[in-house]
Design a protein around this ligand. Structure first.
Ligand SMILES: [Fe+2]
Length: 241
């Protein structure tokens, strides 16, 4: 059966629901405090017992904010990069040296945010780790869903590629939000890694790119804007104030 894709996310963060022959996979959660809205949207279409896996594209608060609460309501496993684990356990966003915003509006938004913390999450044996391209939990289960590592926005960023429909779910490796310039994420930890992840996405030759923020877009934009950030220094968070 072809994988059906539905977005039950809100205004800021998309929550893509993949209906597969092995149950439902959800991509990311959302900000802390919004699990009720997610549950009502999900349960208006499917029983929660159908939710088998949550793919966490990375540990940021707008993606992992109600992960812990959601896990209390279901038996789903969590597919994620191992570098997400310590940040989930701390309930905070990483901010390594060299990281920064890609535009002044993005830096301003970052400055206005009151907190980037969320309820800590201990996954225990519910975690399935994606260390590199060899860890393909869905393909091992017979599902045509490829997991890809996409570091740069964060070190733990991962995405999903559906080879049959050629849809690419890229998390925050690219964005299509009003404050993201040229489809780039508003925050980047490592610019070199980030560029390589765009090359990796381009090499997949996707038919459509589904970012976590904003509408899906044509992959020609990845080629068009691949070098947009070259020679543009990131704006450090402490200099944006
Ligand atoms: Fe993010």
């Amino acid at each position: 059966m072809p994988i059906q894709v539905t977005n039950i996310g809100g205004f800021i963060v998309n929550n893509f629901v993949l209906e597969t022959s092995a149950g439902i996979i959800v991509i990311d959660t959302g900000y802390p405090g919004s699990v009720g809205r997610f549950l009502s949207r999900f349960q208006s279409k499917w029983p929660l017992s159908d939710l088998k896996a949550i793919v966490l594209t990375h540990h940021h608060d707008d993606h992992a904010g109600f992960l812990g609460e959601l896990l209390e309501h279901c038996d789903a496993q969590v597919i994620l990069h191992p570098l997400a684990l310590p940040w989930l356990a701390a309930g905070s966003n990483s901010q390594p040296p060299g990281a920064g915003y890609t535009s002044r509006p993005a830096a301003l938004i970052g400055r206005l945010r009151r907190t980037v913390s969320y309820p800590p999450v201990q996954l225990g044996n519910r975690a399935i780790l994606v260390r590199d391209g060899q860890d393909q939990v869905f393909e091992q289960r017979g599902l045509p869903i490829r997991l890809i590592t996409l570091p740069g926005h964060t070190a733990d960023s991962i995405g999903l590629f559906l080879p049959e429909s050629k849809l690419l779910f890229c998390g925050d490796a690219a964005m299509n939000a009003p404050i993201s310039a040229a489809r780039h994420a508003i925050w980047i930890e490592d610019q070199a890694d980030y560029g390589r992840s765009w090359d990796k996405m381009l090499a997949l030759r996707p038919a459509r790119v589904y970012p976590s923020h904003g509408l899906p877009f044509h992959p020609r934009d990845l080629a068009r804007y691949r070098h947009f950030l070259d020679n543009r220094p990131l704006i450090p968070p402490n200099k944006s104030r």
